[in-house]
Design a protein around this ligand. Structure first.
Ligand code: ADP
Ligand code: MG
Length: 587
């Protein structure tokens, strides 16, 4: 009998391993741009077609590749950057494992044109299925052009695994955006199907680069980190610089928190926890500040090798890093206060002794309640709750007779003669909004309310691409959003039921919810309704007036499925006399 276990051929092993280095077009772009940076290029052009599945082309003006190295670069573990194990500790290059080109060339139709001199003569290399098919002289100015065509053409399983073009391109835009932020001296241009998506000229400073990558709305609200002394050197060991958001500008996820350690983009909990901690008392629950921060530290103080894609790093002395970052951020706010506030300054001594850092009241107001939050506060007082019409007085006075309380800024408890009604305010409101939107969309009679002042959104390039995709779906729900060119959009109308919500935040949150949605089979309209309901609903932590609670209870009673929210969690419990008796084992 023939056994079933077979040893895989090298070629198959290679393709499987390649998938671990180049998971998707964006990871190939990352590896190739890193190579250009390592080669000392100060101009890098990236051309993408069909979100990278058709073509990824990177052209640089770096050192070029020696003709005799051309046939070696696609071999596994071929690198010019590392020779001995000791070199690992002093590494200043982005690449060192010698795996990128071998992986990419084994899963694409792969071309390299490169020249190390300023003369005309260069070389051309063509590799298919990991085998060199052609190597010949070819003219090129100094530098390297690498083309990977039809990525994964020979690994259909992986090609099928790719997400929609807008998702894959979004990831490429994110990655190139990070290179633009972290390489201030390098010119970058990213095009997609011939259209320029991102461009940063050589002389563009960091804040201009933030504007190009994250959009004007964000760039206008960033604060430069204030570092006393020589402006970059903190306590001699660690250099921190960059920009952080005003506390009034937050996001529902950490996607806009960028940290670079020794020039490398990283995700690191020590850093994001420190950022969160520094803002903590100024943040709404579940909201995160934004950052573009650069940390420089002796490479021997970190371990970059704990994750193959080098995104994750570990600091040897986490506490020191955390304390320093928190202190620097707090000092930035304090510095701003010194500049802005007219409050009598405390004596220097006193300031040094203050252990707990508290944002001065005046500044707190500016930070915590920017215009839109102020409006929200006002609207609470005017007795109308998230788009509800007023109750008629007879009904209202009847309800006034049954006491209603808000408990823990999260639950509404109504005491009735024969029991208790307990409601989760967010889940309940979400259910109500969900039914409102579903009904209107189904009957195609969505109300729109004109905004007195149309709202302008200046988005980042990747958010703008998401918006282009989703504009029509937004319109179905009553948001009339139109493109205004240059990553800008104008919101003309909103669904009236959301008139008291902070519309910009609701839209931005929905955009990132929808973009993060992995399942392409979900109906986009239904999905949008789900997110609009969640984002538009009263949150845990919102204080409600008696009237608002009454309206909520009334609408709950009128809804079709009052006892579960669209996520299936319970919205309310009706504890009647029988349930209470059971709880106390009287029955
Ligand atoms: P690594 O970057 O880890 O060394 P790669 O597989 O990414 O491994 O690249 C292999 C080698 O090819 C590099 O070490 C470098 O010598 C050369 N190389 C790749 N891309 C370029 C480029 N754009 N310019 C100059 N040399 C390059
Ligand atoms: Mg490399």
């Amino acid at each position: 009998m023939n056994g079933k276990v077979k040893v895989l051929k090298d070629e198959v092993i290679g393709k499987i391993a390649a998938g671990e280095v180049v998971e998707r077009p964006a990871s190939a772009v990352k590896e190739l741009v890193e190579n250009s940076i390592d080669a000392g290029a100060d101009s890098i052009f990236i051309d993408i077609e069909e979100a990278g599945s058709k073509l990824i082309r990177i052209a640089d003006n770096g050192s070029g590749i020696d003709p005799e190295d051309m046939e070696k670069i696609c071999l596994k573990y071929s690198t010019s950057k590392l020779e001995n194990i000791e070199d690992l500790d002093n590494l200043r290059t982005l690449g060192f494992r010698g795996e990128a080109l071998s992986s990419i060339s084994s899963v694409s139709q792969f071309t390299v044109i490169s020249n190390t001199t300023s003369g005309e003569e260069g070389h051309y290399l063509y590799v298919e299925d990991g085998n060199i098919k052609e190597l010949k002289p070819h003219p090129r100015s100094k530098g390297t052009t690498i083309e990977a065509s039809n990525l994964f053409y020979n690994v259909p399983a992986r090609r099928k695994f790719l997400k929609t073009n807008s998702t894959e391109m979004g990831l490429i835009v994110d990655i190139v955006g990070r290179f633009i932020l972290s390489n201030e001296k390098i010119e970058f241009k990213l095009t997609h199907n011939g259209k320029t998506v991102l461009y940063a000229a050589k002389e563009k400073a960091l804040l201009d680069r933030i504007k190009e990558v994250m959009g004007k709305d964000i760039a206008d609200n960033m604060l430069e980190l204030f570092v006393p002394g020589d402006h970059t050197n903190y306590a001699g060991k660690l250099k921190i610089r960059g920009f952080i958001s005003k506390p009034s500008i937050t996001r529902k996820d950490k996607n806009y928190q960028t940290f670079f350690v020794n020039g490398r983009y990283v995700r690191n909990n020590t850093l994001s926890n420190a950022l969160y901690g520094a803002y903590f008392s100024m943040l709404e629950r579940g909201r995160y500040p934004l950052s573009v921060l650069f940390i420089e530290i002796d490479p021997s103080e970190i371990d970059v090798n704990i994750h193959p894609s080098k995104l994750l790093i570990k600091f040897q002395n986490e506490k020191y890093i955390k304390d320093t970052l928190v202190k620097t951020i707090k000092e930035t706010f304090e510095h701003l206060r010194d500049k802005q506030s007219t409050i009598i300054k405390k004596s220097t001594n006193e300031k040094l002794e203050t252990k707990e850092w508290i944002l001065p009241e005046e500044l707190q107001k500016e930070f915590l309640y920017p215009e839109n939050l102020d409006q929200k506060k006002e609207s609470k007082r005017d007795n109308s709750c998230a788009g509800y019409e007023h109750l008629n007085t007879a009904e209202a006075s009847f309800r006034q007779q049954t006491p209603i309380f808000q408990v823990a800024k999260c639950f509404i408890v109504q005491v009735k003669k024969d029991g208790l009604y307990i409601i989760d305010q967010h889940a309940a409101h979400e259910r109500i909004l969900f039914e409102y939107f579903s009904k209107r969309v189904k009957n195609n009679d969505m109300d729109k309310q004109n905004l007195l002042f149309p709202l302008r959104l200046d988005l980042s390039t990747s958010d703008a691409a998401k918006m282009d995709d989703l504009m029509k779906t937004f319109n179905l729900l009553g948001f009339e959003i139109n493109s205004f060119g240059d990553n800008s959009f104008i919101v003309q109308t909103i669904p009236p039921i959301l008139k008291n919500s902070d519309i910009k935040t609701v839209i931005m949150d929905m955009l990132s919810d929808m973009a993060g949605e992995k399942n392409v089979n979900i109906d986009p309209v239904e999905n949008m309704i789900k997110y609009a309901s969640c984002r538009g609903a009263i949150k845990e932590g919102d204080e409600l007036t008696i009237h608002e609670m009454q309206v909520l209870i009334r609408d709950m009673e009128n809804s079709e499925l009052p006892f579960t929210c669209p996520h299936g969690r319970p919205t309310a419990f009706d504890l009647g006399a029988i349930e209470l008796e059971k709880m106390f084992r009287r029955k």
